[in-house]
Design a protein around this ligand. Sequence first.
Ligand code: SF4
Length: 363
Amino acid sequence: MPMERKEFIKKLIMYGGAGLFMLSGGSLLLQACAPQAGRNEETVDEVWRPAYAKLAAQGELEDRVNMFYKIMESCELCPRRCRVNRLEGERGFCQAPGKAVVYSHQPHFGEELPLVGQRGSGTIFFSNCNLRCVFCQNWPIAHLGWGSTVSDEELADMMINLQVMGCHNINLVTPTHVLPNIVGAVKIALEKGLHIPLCYNTSGYELVSIIKMLDGIIDIYLPDLKFMDGVEAERYNLAAAYDYPEKAMQSIAEMHRQVGDMVTNKENIALSGLMIRHLVMPNRVAGTEDFTRWVADNLSTETYVNIMAQYRVEYKAFEYEEIARAITTEEFVEAIEWARDAGLTNLDQRSLAQYEIRKTLVD
Ligand code: SF4
């Protein structure tokens, strides 16, 4: 059972980090239930184990590590398909080397509430990016590559440290181009006692064939769906990702096939499932109305959807007239109303709270 913060700190001091693993024994006793109270009265007691632990028990995790590293020899980890040998020091569009580069790893309290809980989401920010938007909110990390190179063993230790700190999950931010390193590190970390959910936090610019290789490894998928129109995706990307909507929608459909809708424990902490983010942009360039309809028609009306209001004019966005301003109150209000009209019933609670406040300003 998850500990309260006070109890956690007390045990941390008393036993040191290793003692915490012994408390859990590599699994968590919990109750799986529907994401929101009252949505589904049924609850099921079970011993929950992360997907990657089950795959390892079947003897398949090591094979996946080898398969991912093989792809890095002629890199086709993402739709850019650079075909460079990153293990020999060549670099492609993302500029990432063969080893992972990490900007930071820390408990993060700014993510969605089912990820944050009481003790934070164990966030690992990877440097570099395979998409590279002109309005990137993390551009020093994603575009300039700020960070330190780490081995798979060091990355595994970061995961373990985040678990020891009490984080509810390992949240892999911008993971696509470092997937071999991540899967290699997960295998090592599992042997050291990793047992919390693995969350794949991606821009959505993915190859569906690569997402299929993650089946049985990832517990929670957290993709963006940034654009619904290839012309807009091309315009606001440094390297013309016209195929972004197609690739993202194909990949998200596969993610949903693998993990389904979000499942939480009885404290409403996410254990598995799909959670989608969509950033509302000025002048409707993100295609928010189409986004809400696509989710309802192609996934499920119970998909956890976070419609985000925090667009800021960052990086090169000042050079593009249509996106060189914050969104208006009206633009955010219409976005939430489109989601409701589409029948989406599991909208992020903080977005809904913002909607209620902003709606009073529009009325
Ligand atoms: S991960 Fe990087 S090197 Fe590999 S295909 Fe994508 S952009 Fe190119």
